[in-house]
Write a protein that binds this ligand. Structure first.
Ligand SMILES: [Zn+2]
Length: 75
């Protein structure tokens, strides 16, 4: 496995369906609702002042890419 650490940004407001999306690099399905961390590990959680989730930084377990998830506010 290559040790690349690409950084991607995924905007959930542009994702159709229930929020699942494929990893931009390796295509592994990532579900932000999935707290088991089978497909990814959470590296950072950024909250708004009112405790609303604003941004999630995860790392894909498949390829090691860092993915910055935004757009949670349209849930
Ligand atoms: Zn990946």
């Amino acid at each position: 496995m290559k040790k690349t650490s690409m950084m991607y940004v995924v905007d959930l407001t542009k994702i159709k369906g229930d929020g699942d999306f494929p990893c931009p690099y390796c295509g592994a399905v990532i579900s932000p609702e999935d707290k088991t961390e089978n497909a990814y590990v959470i590296r950072e959680v950024k909250m708004e002042a009112d405790d609303e989730l604003r941004e999630l930084v995860i790392k894909c377990k498949g390829c090691g890419s860092v993915i910055n998830i935004t757009g949670f506010d349209l849930q």
